[in-house]
Design a protein around this ligand. Structure first.
Ligand code: GLU
Length: 437
């Protein structure tokens, strides 16, 4: 049975790179009906923090990567020491007494005598990789404070947890020969290795905060859907073929194989992520989308939790749904339906409200008031009749009215906006503008 693990250290948040590693491990387990193991590498007690642990676990759950078993390395120190002692007894390691700056003994570390040899691994993604261990210094196995070094704990655990495939980022490739010689020294069977390509930022360098190395929990706060993010992570290093960009996780489970992962570095592209998120938002049922947006509207105090018109929100959602890149876009773009005090953006005012439209705005408000039927078609008809009587092109007024009603230069169609704002609110906004100008 296939057994894979994701082994985060709770010394930071879960970022794009880590979540892709988690995804490919989880996906491989699910696609091969194996087990996905979560191993918390919290051996560095000074750098590990509960808040990171919580953030990592929450993010994994939110992304949908459920695990079958979970282990904490901090609870397994005895096991690592036992294996350390074994190597000592077999003469494959030695002890070294360490002293602090006052030359006081600090305890003994266990150090591995690195044998000089050529190590070959057959990486499932990169193919054959050869290393020469003669350039590797002797390795600390157990530090003088009794805690294990990463490479040692990793090997002991991967063997003890019967991990069949070690799938991790390319940044660990240099650790692999150090681990292989430890397996050999302990007489343990080697797992398969698969190193995932690096993820680069837009300008080619490593992914940095500026280029997208943002915590998964931040993407969640920004209004990305977990399914869209997972779809994007998949595409970062794998393709379902035929240039397909949209794939749900169930189908990916059917199609995925670790050997099909790309060898070359991936580039993190927020525009692509936005596009994918837009596709998911666009294809969502409007009621379901509204239910996801309602908490955000409550939080912004745009609606009150115990008294709002769900159908009205659903109608507004439909107006914007096709263009949303994130859930948060909705509250940003549809704000004018929920707040009364509209302050046109500076540039919009300069561009579209640079002359006096008092007469036209007043006339339009009158026409709206006089409409027998108040629906999108009648509003449009009334408007078009008015501009033709005034003998001006429609756009001369469409943009200024939009800016006064919404504060913005872009958005849904003007007549739909007016319909959902209603006669009264539309009139009030037009009149208010007349008075201030
Ligand atoms: N704790 C290591 C990390 O977060 C795990 C590396 C591994 O998968 O072996 O990078």
């Amino acid at each position: 049975m296939i057994r894979v693990r994701f082994a985060p250290s709770p010394t930071g948040n879960l970022h794009i790179g880590g979540s892709r590693t988690a995804l490919f491990n989880w996906l491989y387990a699910r696609s091969k009906k194996g087990k996905f193991i979560l191993r918390i590498e919290d051996t560095d007690t000074s750098r590990s923090e509960q808040k990171y642990m919580d953030e990592i676990l929450d993010s994994l759950k939110w992304l949908g990567f459920d695990w079958d078993e979970v282990y904490y390395q901090s609870r397994r120190f005895d096991l690592y020491r036992k294996f350390g002692r074994r190597l000592l007894e077999e003469g494959k390691a030695y002890e070294e007494e360490l002293f602090d700056e006052n030359k006081q003994p600090k305890g003994k570390a266990i150090i591995f005598k690195v044998p000089a040899e050529k190590v070959k691994i057959n990486d499932l993604i990169h193919g054959e990789i050869e290393f020469d261990t003669s350039v590797i210094k002797d390795q600390v196995l157990i530090k003088s404070d009794g805690t294990p070094a990463y490479n040692f704990a990793c090997v002991v655990d991967d063997a003890d947890m019967q991990i069949t495939h070690v799938i991790r980022g390319d940044d660990h490739i240099s650790n692999t020969p150090k681990q292989v010689i430890l397996y050999k020294a302990l007489g343990l069977a080697l797992p398969e290795f698969a190193h995932l390509p690096l993820i680069l930022g837009r300008e080619g360098g490593r992914l940095s905060k500026r280029t997208g190395a943002t915590a998964i929990s931040d993407y969640r706060k920004m209004g990305y859907l977990p399914a869209a993010l997972v779809n994007y992570l998949l595409l970062l290093s794998w393709s379902p073929g035929a240039n397909r960009e949209l794939i749900d996780i169930k189908e990916a489970i059917e199609l995925f194989d670790i050997k099909d992962v790309n060898k070359t570095a991936a580039t993190f592209d927020i525009a692509k992520l936005n596009w994918i998120n837009n596709q998911y938002l666009k294809n969502m049922d409007a009621q379901e989308l509204a239910d996801r947006l309602i908490p955000l509207l409550i939080e912004k105090k745009y609606i009150s939790a115990d008294n709002f018109d769900r159908d009205y929100v659903i109608s507004l959602v439909k107006l914007f749904q096709a263009r949303l890149s994130t859930l948060n876009d909705f509250a940003d773009w549809a704000d004018f339906f929920f707040v009364e005090d509209i302050i046109p953006q500076e540039q919009a005012r300069e561009k579209f409200l640079n002359q006096d439209f008092s007469r036209e705005f007043r006339l339009f408000a009158e026409r709206l008031a006089a409409l027998e039927q108040f629906d999108v078609a009648s509003i449009e008809q009334g408007f078009r009749q008015m501009v033709s009587e005034l003998n001006i092109p429609a756009k001369t007024l469409i943009h200024p009215i939009r800016v006064v009603l919404t504060g913005k230069t872009i958005g849904p169609g003007l007549f739909e906006i007016i319909y959902y704002l209603g006669k009264e609110r539309t009139k009030k906004r037009l009149m208010k503008w007349i008075k201030r100008s």
